[in-house]
Design a protein around this ligand. Structure first.
Ligand code: SF4
Ligand code: SF4
Ligand code: FES
Length: 260
């Protein structure tokens, strides 16, 4: 490592390629105090690899677009300080593994938009206009935690249900969208049931809640610190099970089956 003024040279291995294939390439790039991984990627573009593809927008941890895997861990490049790593370490940057590569560090995350569209929206309560809604603070706080999501899809990338199992993608919405189902199911004003929409049932049967075995890997990588597993997935599982074994629901289903 060569020290240059306040900076130093660091070794990087960066995946370069496209949907047809690619490889890790080695680079040595100057690093300065206070920089983040995205700064280094930009310096690399400016000095050695002008055609390196990388997606980013805000450089402030808010747009969710600079997601990548750094030394194998899903992270935001703009929020990963170079001081996290030792100066001797070779830092490996690869595209998100769970999604198809477009080019270099850019992946096609449209799987997530498809899953987002599959979750029915909030159903407004009858007889109340916006502005007349009243909720307890605890319910507001719960929704607000989930609403901190910046849609970086790091949780979607890290979840083992789809990370190495492409075949599960059709049946599994992933933690980000199961969290959305949980948010709506626990929303005190959501009137989905009055419209015949049972969010607990759809969580199990259409969004693959049963695939989740609450490993909490999604929670560990969330840059917003959302407790996805504890506050969304586990409560949703409990609510789905309660409903399944609710004696009134059981009786209702028997009666309706007899009528059929
Ligand atoms: S807790 Fe569930 S959704 Fe989260 S990573 Fe584990 S299996 Fe996937
Ligand atoms: S829940 Fe967290 S990790 Fe998942 S998409 Fe939202 S901000 Fe990213
Ligand atoms: S550039 Fe927006 S989150 Fe990193």
């Amino acid at each position: 490592m060569t020290a240059t003024g306040t900076g130093y040279d660091a070794r990087f291995r960066i995946w370069r390629g496209d949907a047809e294939g690619g490889e890790l390439r080695d680079f040595t790039v100057e690093v300065h105090e206070g920089e983040v991984v995205l700064d280094i990627v930009h310096r690399l573009q400016a000095t050695q690899a002008a055609d390196l593809a990388v997606r980013w927008n805000c450089k402030a941890g808010k747009c969710g677009s600079c997601s990548a895997e750094i030394n194998g861990r899903p992270r935001l490049m703009c929020m990963t300080r170079m001081s996290t790593f030792s100066r001797e370490e070779t830092i490996t940057i690869t595209p998100l593994r769970a999604f198809p590569v477009v080019r270099d560090l850019v992946t096609d995350v449209s799987f997530n938009y498809t899953k987002a569209r599959e979750v029915p929206a909030f159903v407004p309560p009858q007889g109340l206009a916006p502005g007349e809604y009243r909720m307890q603070q605890v319910d507001v706080d719960r929704s607000q935690e989930f609403r901190k999501c910046i849609e970086c899809f790091l949780c979607q990338d890290t979840c083992h249900v789809v990370r190495d199992h492409e075949e599960n993608k059709a049946a599994f919405a992933g933690p980000r969208f199961l969290m959305r189902v949980a948010e709506l199911d626990m929303h005190p004003l959501d009137a989905a049931e009055s419209e015949g929409l049972d969010r607990k049932r759809t969580a199990q049967e259409e969004h693959g809640l049963g695939y989740c075995n609450i490993t909490k890997c999604c929670t560990e990588v969330c840059p917003e610190g959302i407790k996805i597993t504890d506050n969304a997935l586990i409560p949703l599982k409990e609510r789905a099970v309660d409903r399944k074994y609710d004696p009134l629901v059981w009786l209702g289903s028997k009666i309706s089956r007899r009528r059929d």
